[in-house]
Write a protein that binds this ligand. Structure first.
Ligand SMILES: Cc1cc2nc3c(=O)[nH]c(=O)nc-3n(C[C@H](O)[C@H](O)[C@H](O)COP(=O)(O)O)c2cc1C
Length: 212
């Protein structure tokens, strides 16, 4: 099936049945997030893959008791950088040098422009920028899950400071952005399982220039 077709099949389940997703499936979903494009290629986020049942039980109340948290096979947390430091930029440049055999000298203009961006941005601007990048990766992960026939519910319905504290994210220079509950829909108990998709029509969503 094409991506377009599986996007009709997928939806954001409110209830999941607890069935496990294979390790290969999880790895494919993680790789889709890994290969998503990001601003300057910096990937300013970390993914936390959580499978441990007692930790999921602790997260559920922080996420307004949404059942997907504990009914999912895995929970994927997208956590963004709270600051962009010279250390992040250097680590990225070292990766480019090791991967492409580029010299430090040839990358100097790129290093300078990234440093300028880091130094001229407030912490709040970095937080929003990092979240924007993470959402692209979230979308890729959702699409890959759908291609595999795996369900995935993107979730922003949780208490960010509460989750950050529970997982000790600030110590790592991170703050939570979004969750992705990965698993299989519970067709019997999910009121949305057989509902039609609700979307604005293309004619309304898209403005074509020149207008006809
Ligand atoms: C960023 C984001 C946050 C969302 N947060 C939640 C959430 O906390 N709980 C939930 O059940 N669904 C959540 N959703 C799912 C949306 O409600 C759902 O994607 C939307 O209604 C469209 O329906 P569909 O994805 O089933 O086609 C979220 C979706 C996105 C993209």
């Amino acid at each position: 099936m094409s991506l377009k077709d599986v996007l009709h099949w997928r939806y954001a389940p409110k209830r999941m049945n607890g069935q496990k997703v294979s390790e290969e499936g999880i790895e494919s979903i993680l790789k889709a997030a890994q290969y998503a494009p990001t601003s300057m290629g910096l990937q300013p986020f970390t993914l936390y893959l959580i499978e441990q049942r007692d930790l999921l039980e602790q997260i559920r109340p922080v996420a307004y008791n949404q059942p997907q948290i504990t009914e999912a096979s895995h929970l994927l947390l997208f956590a963004g950088y709270t600051k962009l430091s010279g250390h992040h930029i250097d680590a990225y440049l070292e990766n480019i040098m090791a991967t492409r055999g580029a010299s430090a000298e040839s990358l100097e203009p790129f290093r300078k422009s990234m440093m300028r961006f880091a130094q001229s941005s407030s912490d709040e601007q970095i937080r929003i920028w990092a979240a924007n990048q993470a959402y692209i990766a979230l979308g890729f992960a959702i699409a890959e899950a759908a291609l595999l026939g795996v369900d995935a519910t993107p979730m922003e319905g949780f208490d960010i400071p509460g989750l950050d504290q529970l997982l000790g994210l600030h110590q790592h220079g991170l703050s939570s952005i979004a969750l992705l509950a990965i698993g299989y829909r519970d067709e019997e108990n999910d009121f949305l399982a057989y509902e039609k998709k609700v979307r604005r029509p293309l004619e309304e969503l898209v403005v074509r220039f020149p207008q006809q």
